[in-house]
Design a protein around this ligand. Structure first.
Ligand SMILES: *Cc1c(COP(=O)(O)O)cnc(C)c1O
Length: 406
């Protein structure tokens, strides 16, 4: 794992962003986590164990695939897909949950809690906990439980307990609040496996480092497959973990354009999208200072996205830092455009992407259209879309269970 060059500093600050805004009771647990991680990072045995799991259990390295028919359809630059959808459990989330489950064991903790939006982090956490024999409770908003039923059942099959969260908007943000509440009461024996580069220090740094395997592999594969770095790298941004893991190893390579894609929802009106970097302003949410969707009184707004995994009013503090330093450009993609990205990838390449991922696919297609054929655009294909087919059918008024009646 490579060391972070300058950020975050010892207080967990990425420039103005990040930090730790939590009740006193959580500070000892966060300090313990930071210390344990600092030791693990220097421990070859830890890296060997994690790398062995990533190779033999997750199936890494994930391929970097040249999407030739999708590229031809766009008529411009070549599109490559970094296939995180092929990981065990179908998304990038497992890279982080295995790392944090190892840290849980090192800290001598015996119980794990997690939050989940799309259910992907819940499944990845339940999977890691089954692998290590750790009991696991997953908090999930009632609305997300409805949208992501297959993942809910998978978590149960994996031995996790799923607790329905009925407060607020009944989505990811409320699930994080409930998980934090549990943690305050259980912190002695429980580790909270946070699922994205959000929350109080040291979570944004730890999750970024565990996900950075995505960007490191992409650099190696680009050099081997086309003897150059990509011209553009695109990833979708919910909390921002797949994007941070993809971007971080490229940060010093200033010739590589980095583009994060937020959920543009139905319109640019507040409440209709989930694009804090595009339309929000800095504030505190879930223990760190970053861009947040908020009203004039500083209250966190409700947000909307077609995809449960992007339906979050905040974003990881390092993304706010990259926006402020202009290293990464942030764009957003509307619900309907994401569905077009989904369709294009399915029909030209035979790949069903997650709806979250489809936001990045659509933006990558628009970029490819404007660029010469010699350029290369890499998309982080963060997850597979099997979990979304029923919801897409519902949105289109079709019966997703019966296919074409064959
Ligand atoms: C969870 C998820 C996301 C959003 O989370 P990030 O932390 O922003 O990566 C994106 N894509 C997929 C497939 C997911 O499961």
């Amino acid at each position: 794992m490579q060391d972070s060059p300058t950020v975050p500093n010892a207080a967990g600050r990425f420039g103005d962003f990040g930090g730790r805004y939590v009740p006193e009771t959580l500070n000892p647990a966060l300090d313990q986590l930071a210390n344990e991680y600092a030791q693990a990072r220097e421990d070859l045995g830890f890296h060997d164990h994690l790398n062995d799991l990533l190779q033999h259990y997750v199936g890494r390295p994930s391929p970097l695939y040249h999407a030739k028919r999708l590229s031809a359809e766009c008529g411009g630059a070549q599109i490559f897909l970094k296939r995180e959808d092929l990981n065990h459990t179908g998304a990038h989330k497992i890279n982080n949950t295995l790392g944090q489950a190892l840290l849980t064991q090192r800290m001598g903790k015996t119980r794990v809690i997690a939050e989940t939006g799309a259910g992907q982090h819940g499944v990845a956490t339940a999977t890691a906990c089954a692998h290590f024999g750790l009991p696991c409770v997953v908090y999930m908003g009632e609305e997300d439980i409805r949208r992501q039923a297959p993942n809910v059942y998978s978590m149960k099959l994996l031995g996790a307990e799923v607790r329905s969260v009925t407060s607020g908007s009944r989505t990811l943000r409320d699930a994080i609040n409930e998980a934090m509440r549990d943690w305050m009461a259980s912190v002695k024996d429980t580790h909270y496996i946070l699922g994205s580069v959000v929350g109080p220090h040291p979570f944004p740094m730890i999750v970024r480092d565990f996900q950075s395997v995505i960007g490191r592999e992409t650099i190696e594969q680009s050099n081997r497959q086309f003897q150059a770095l990509p011209d553009v790298v695109v990833a979708c941004v919910g909390g921002g973990s797949n994007a941070a893991g993809m971007f971080y190893p490229f940060i010093e390579s200033s010739d590589v354009e980095l583009i994060g894609v937020e959920a543009g929802g139905r319109s640019d009106q507040s409440g209709d999208h989930a694009s804090p970097l595009t339309y929000g302003k800095p504030g505190v949410l879930h223990g760190s200072y970053s861009y947040v969707m908020q009203d004039e009184d500083g209250q966190t707004c409700d947000v909307h996205s077609i995809s449960a995994g992007l339906d979050y009013p905040g974003v990881g503090p390092e993304h706010s830092y990259w926006k402020a330093t202009e290293r990464v450009r942030y764009d957003c993609c509307r619900d309907q455009d994401a569905l077009q990205g989904f369709d294009a990838l399915a029909k030209t390449e035979g790949i069903l992407a997650a709806i979250e991922t489809s936001h990045a696919v659509w933006v990558a297609m628009q970029i490819a259209k404007e660029r010469p054929k010699e350029q290369r655009v890499v998309v982080c294909l963060s997850g597979r879309g099997d979990k979304d087919t029923a919801e897409i059918a519902r949105l289109r008024g079709e019966d997703g269970s019966s296919g074409n009646g064959t």
